[in-house]
Design a protein around this ligand. Structure first.
Ligand SMILES: [Zn+2]
Ligand SMILES: [Zn+2]
Length: 237
């Protein structure tokens, strides 16, 4: 047996793979180059919480390399195609999640990092493109970092249906579930919730003209168009 002190055994989880690949992406982005970066990668992986210490990071990098995501030559760590693709998808989901929180839910940018970290795990690839289209294919996250493009951005088409839309965009007869409400005037929130207009409620658009009327269960409610534009729904089919 060798006396390699880095030969520490760790239980490599998919999340650790994601985080180490993400760390290498960030290093490349910072322009620190891909030569002699093993130490930087290990310390960033620890900093980002992927692993507990540099020895564990070194062991993780070795295992991830064995999975064909990375190549290691001495102190050099480089992406292989599969690793770069996986990292790009992770970064894209995370930064789109940040953008969604900032733009739509008005979360302060200082609060975003921890929330987006959890949020990225609930964005499936299909939903990622819908969120990207919904946000207008944003080029950067709220911190100004580039968001890697997806298929939806390259086509720049509207073939991918937005995930959520203002209720005012529904067609008469269409049904939707309220996802969130983004009122300009916060006092409207109470009035809306007293009418049963809260996230999770299923609504049907009855008519748009002469008045905007929705149906919730057996009840019909008339709303101002402006307010209808602040209520975001996911269309139900
Ligand atoms: Zn960001
Ligand atoms: Zn896009």
């Amino acid at each position: 047996m060798t006396e390699n002190t880095s030969d520490m055994d760790i239980n490599l989880t998919e999340e650790m793979v994601d985080e180490v690949l993400e760390a290498l992406w960030l290093l490349e982005e910072r322009g620190t180059g891909s030569t002699g970066n093993m130490a930087k990668l290990c310390s960033l992986a620890v900093e980002e919480g992927a692993v507990e210490n540099p020895q564990a990071a070194l062991a993780a990098v070795g295992k991830i390399a064995a999975q064909q995501y990375l190549t290691v030559h001495g102190e050099d760590v480089e992406f292989r195609t599969a690793g770069r693709d996986r990292a790009r998808r992770i970064i894209r989901r995370k930064r789109l999640a940040e953008k969604l929180l900032a733009e739509v839910l008005s979360v302060e940018s200082t609060e975003i990092r921890s929330s987006a970290c959890r949020f990225e795990h609930i964005l499936s690839p299909e939903v990622t493109n819908s969120v990207c289209s919904f946000l207008g294919h944003p080029p950067t996250c709220p911190h100004g970092k580039p968001i890697p493009q997806g298929e939806c951005c390259k086509k720049l088409s509207h073939h991918v249906k937005p995930l959520v839309m203002p209720m005012s965009d529904l067609e008469p007869g269409a049904r939707g579930r309220i996802v969130f409400i983004a009122p300009k005037d916060h006092s409207r929130m109470d009035r809306l919730s007293s009418l049963g207009i809260v996230p999770g409620t299923e609504v049907q658009l009855h008519q748009k003209r002469p008045a905007f009327v929705i149906r919730i269960g057996e009840t019909e409610l008339a709303l101002e168009m402006e307010i209808a534009g602040e209520i975001y729904v996911k269309e139900l089919r």
